[in-house]
Design a protein around this ligand. Sequence first.
Ligand SMILES: *Cc1c(COP(=O)(O)O)cnc(C)c1O
Ligand SMILES: [Zn+2]
Length: 417
Amino acid sequence: MKLSCTECGQGRSITDPVWRCECGGLLQVEQRLGELDGEKLRRVFDERLAHRNTPYASGVWRYKELIHPELPVERIVTKYEGNTGLYDSEPVRRFTGVRDLRLKAQSENPSGSFKDNGMTVAVSQGAWLGYERFACSSTGNTSSSLAMYAALSGKASYVFVPEEGVAGGKVLQTAAYGARMIRFKGTYDDGICFLERHAAELGLYVCNSMNPFRIEGQKSIVYEIAQALNWMLPDWIVLPGGALSNGSALGKGLQDMLATGLISRMPRVAVVQAEGASPFHRMIERGLKELTPEPRPHTLASALNIGNPPSWKKAAAVLQATCGVTVSVTDEEIMEAKAVIDRAGIGCEPASAASAAGLRKLVARGIVDKDETAVCLLTGHMLKDTDALQRYVTREAADAGMPVSSALELEQVKERM
Ligand SMILES: *Cc1c(COP(=O)(O)O)cnc(C)c1O
Ligand SMILES: [Zn+2]
């Protein structure tokens, strides 16, 4: 196991606390997959489904051989993350137009988003290296997740959160876990720039998605989907894209599974961006080789409010390897999809609903066929962005003529039912 540069290929030790090569390229973890046998792995992973109180009961560490084989088991910091539901939903299927659709609810993670899949690995690694201070720039979910794992392992977390455009509940959750919060005027992207420049001087272990160990952890999402479907993946995997860490991780996880023989066929990946924060989609759509950052990203889906996604090169490579596509959706389309997912009894935060909204658009355009199979990732919990929830739930309630308050009288109640 070593780190290698995604651009020039130069190698480094996994104990180097760096995420960029001297050439500027992002580093990635290179596993020794050649020594692994898919048949044996499948047996080990299936056996671990019966574990309860060992680190292997985690939906991330169940796949330790593919994620961090060199970390001593007793150094794992886990909240049994992952292990999330894979749902079939008739209303959502009808909404998107595909006949065979599952929703992978990463919203069911301990801090309420898929960031936990990666953070358990990043914090375990940082603590193993001896770090006491952990940091990230965040639109809210990364900071909640980091604050939780740092607290769990008795370490300090310092989170850089923009003053505006962040959901209040996420900020409160982060603070409640005991993180030291640095609010600033600017965007998520400004926070990343600051950390790139000053983290080493401040002795901070950075847990943003440039951290290659977060990517390793997030690969588990696609391992879980595969295991739940008896190692047969659907034709399409659809997910929202902000910083593009999840798209990068998904692609890396798929490549691992193909290389070890866990799966025999590559699904296609679709990355969905919010229109007001879609620099990656615009680059792909125009066939360009370089990403032009969006200086003032704006979307109601706060987790996607990112104008300069650090992992865009990794994500572009994933599209190439999987014959993938991108699409953008408006905030209105996102909220429409969210309402369908919420009322189906599953629920998610706005950013997550971008996946279903995007799939619907891809079907309408004939890029995805009705008879193809698909999985949409739901990335965050319904209660993560209550500001958005308030906007449409209270409006609906008013439309239905529900009074704000009323005496409990049988005849009146009957009328309303
Ligand atoms: C972080 C996040 C995203 C975006 O994922 P990236 O890896 O940044 O592309 C989408 N939805 C939710 C709920 C998130 O927290
Ligand atoms: Zn390099």
